[in-house]
Design a protein around this ligand. Structure first.
Ligand code: FAD
Length: 444
C-alpha cells in the first residue's frame, strides 16, 4: 500500500495527507532545497509562489464553495489556511511562511508519510505514482511526460483568453453565426465599425500591461501572441487576424462590419463564452475597462480574465481518465496545476482527489467520484469533459456547475448561493461513506 508522490507543493502535500489518512504509506519527494524552480524561493513545503490570497471566502464565489467543501472533508490545505489567516476583507489570505511551516510540520510528523528531499528525474515505470511537480516542472520530467502523452498534448505556457458569462452579453448587438455560415451558427459575433475599431486598437496600445517575469520572457508568441502585441505590429493587424470580419454578415446591416470579435462556447452548459484569440497581458482592470467597450459586451461579467504564464500542463480531456490517471500510463495519477486546473485552491483540491483515488485503487476498490453538483466534482468534470481542442487551465467557477432546475426566475447572486447550497447539501452523500470507511479502518 505504498504511494510515491513527486512534488511537495500544494497538490502533493494534500495528496499525501489524504492518501495517508486512507491508511497508505506515502513516499513524498521534494527537490527543494537541492534544486529550486524559477519561482520557488523557500525550503518549506506548499510554498505560495506569488500572492498570499486564496481568493474569495464567501459562497457568492465558487472558490469559496470549493474551500468550504475541502474544509468539511478535512483538507490539510484549508486547515493550514484557517490557522494562519490574515485579515483580507472578503478573501481568505494567509501568512505565507506560517502557512508553509504549518503544512511542513504536519507532513514531517505524519507516521505514514516519509518526506525525501530529492529531485526525481525520470518517471517510475511501476508502482502507484502521483505526479504533482507543478507548473514549472523541470525539462527532464516534462520530456518523459511528453513521451507518455504525446508532445502535442503537453503545453508549456497558458495563453488564456477572457471568458464572459453568457447572460451578460447583449444579444440585440451580438449575433450567432459561423464564417460564411459554415459549420452551424457556433459563434457569437460582436461587430465594430471603423471608428470603434480604431479606438479599440488605440486603447490596447495605451493600456497598462503586466510585465512577464524573467523566466517567462522566452514565450514563443507566434500562434499565441497577445492581442496588444498584435495591435502594436500595425493598425490593421488585428482586423486581418483574430478580428477579421470576412464571411460574417451583421444581420442589422446585412454587411460585413469593419472588424468582429468572435466568442466561442466554453462549457457544456453554454453559460460561458471565450473571446477567441484574445490572450493578453493587459492588467485585469484594463481588460475589464477595454473589453466592455466592445459592442455587445458593454455589461459583460468576466468569469475569467486573460493572462499568459509559464505553465506546464496536459491536455486533460485527451490525456487523463476521469480519475486523473494518464490514459497511456494508468499507474501515474496527475495532481495540481500539471493536470490542467488553475490556482492554489484548485491545485490543492485536485491533490485531495488524487490522494483519495490512488488509495482506493491500491485497495482495488472503485474510486469514488464526487458529484458534479459539488465544486470538487465540477472541477473534475471540467478536466474530463472540456473541449479538448481549445483546452486551457481553469479556475473553479459557477459556470462549470450543472444549471439549477429553476421554477421561477432568480437573481444571479441568489442563483450562485443556491448552487453553493446544493453543493454542500449533496457533498455528504459522497464524503460520508469515505469518512466512515476511514473510521472503520482505524478501528481494525
Ligand atoms: P507547486 O505548488 O509548484 O508544487 C510543485 C512542487 O514540486 C514544488 O515544491 C517543486 O519544488 C516540486 N518539484 C518539481 N519538480 C520536482 C521533481 N522533479 N522532483 C521532486 N520535486 C519536484 N495561483 C494562484 O491561485 N494565485 C497566484 O497568485 C498564483 N501565482 C502564480 C505565479 C507563478 C509564477 C506561477 C508559475 C503560478 C502561479 N499560480 C498562482 C498558479 C498555481 O496555483 C501555483 O503554481 C500552485 O502552486 C500550483 O500548485 P502545484 O501543487 O500544482 O505545484
Amino acid at each position: 500500500m505504498e504511494i510515491t508522490i513527486i512534488g511537495a507543493g500544494l497538490a502533493g502535500c494534500e495528496a499525501a495527507w489524504q492518501a495517508a489518512a486512507e491508511g497508505c504509506t506515502v513516499k513524498l519527494y521534494e527537490m527543494k532545497p537541492q534544486r529550486f524552480s524559477p519561482a520557488h524561493e523557500s525550503e518549506g513545503l506548499a510554498e505560495l509562489v506569488c500572492s498570499n490570497s486564496l481568493r474569495g471566502a464567501g459562497m457568492n464565489n465558487a472558490v469559496g464553495c470549493l474551500k468550504e467543501e475541502m474544509r468539511r472533508i478535512g483538507s490539510l490545505f484549508i486547515e493550514a489556511a484557517d490557522a494562519t489567516a490574515v485579515p483580507a476583507g472578503g478573501a481568505l489570505a494567509v501568512d505565507r511562511d506560517e502557512f508553509s511551516a504549518y503544512i511542513s510540520k504536519k507532513i514531517e510528523q505524519h507516521p505514514n508519510i516519509e518526506l525525501i528531499r530529492e529531485e526525481i528525474t525520470s518517471l517510475p515505470t511501476e508502482g502507484s505514482i502521483i505526479l504533482a511537480s507543478g507548473p514549472l516542472t523541470s525539462d527532464a520530467l516534462s520530456d518523459e511526460l511528453a513521451k507518455l502523452t504525446g508532445s502535442e498534448h503537453l503545453y508549456f505556457y497558458d495563453a488564456i483568453a477572457p471568458i464572459v458569462e453568457a447572460d451578460s452579453i447583449d444579444y440585440s448587438i451580438a449575433w450567432r453565426a459561423s464564417r460564411y455560415d459554415k459549420g452551424g451558427a457556433d459563434y457569437l459575433n460582436c461587430p465594430l465599425n471603423e471608428e470603434e475599431y480604431n479606438t479599440f486598437v488605440q486603447a490596447l496600445l495605451d493600456a497598462d500591461k503586466v510585465e512577464g517575469r524573467e523566466f517567462e520572457k522566452l514565450i514563443h508568441f507566434e500562434g499565441c501572441m497577445p492581442i496588444e502585441e498584435m495591435a502594436a505590429r500595425g493598425p490593421q493587424t488585428l482586423a486581418f487576424g483574430p478580428m477579421k470580419p470576412v464571411g460574417l454578415d451583421d444581420p442589422r446591416t446585412c454587411r460585413w462590419p469593419h472588424a468582429v470579435i468572435q466568442l466561442r462556447q466554453d462549457n457544456k452548459h453554454a453559460s460561458l463564452y471565450n473571446l477567441v484569440g484574445f490572450q493578453t497581458r493587459l492588467t485585469y482592470p484594463e481588460q475589464q475597462r477595454i473589453f466592455r467597450t466592445i459592442p455587445g459586451l458593454q455589461n459583460a461579467r468576466f468569469a475569467r480574465l486573460g493572462s499568459m504564464h509559464r505553465n506546464t500542463f496536459v491536455n486533460a480531456p485527451n490525456c487523463l481518465t476521469k480519475t486523473l490517471q494518464l490514459k497511456n500510463a494508468p499507474h501515474i495519477t496527475l495532481a495540481g496545476q500539471i493536470s490542467g486546473v488553475e490556482g492554489y485552491v484548485e491545485s490543492a483540491a485536485c491533490g485531495l482527489l488524487a490522494g483519495i483515488f490512488a488509495a482506493y485503487r491500491m485497495r482495488e476498490e472503485r474510486e469514488p467520484l464526487p458529484p458534479s453538483e459539488t465544486a470538487l466534482g465540477a472541477l473534475l468534470t471540467h478536466l474530463s469533459e472540456a473541449e479538448a481542442e481549445n483546452f486551457q487551465p481553469m479556475n473553479v467557477n459557477y459556470g462549470l456547475f450543472p444549471p439549477l432546475q429553476l421554477k421561477r426566475k432568480m437573481k444571479r447572486a441568489d442563483r450562485r448561493l443556491a448552487m453553493a447550497a446544493r453543493a454542500l447539501e449533496i457533498l455528504p452523500s459522497w464524503w460520508q461513506p469515505i469518512a466512515e470507511k476511514r473510521e472503520g479502518r482505524r478501528h481494525e
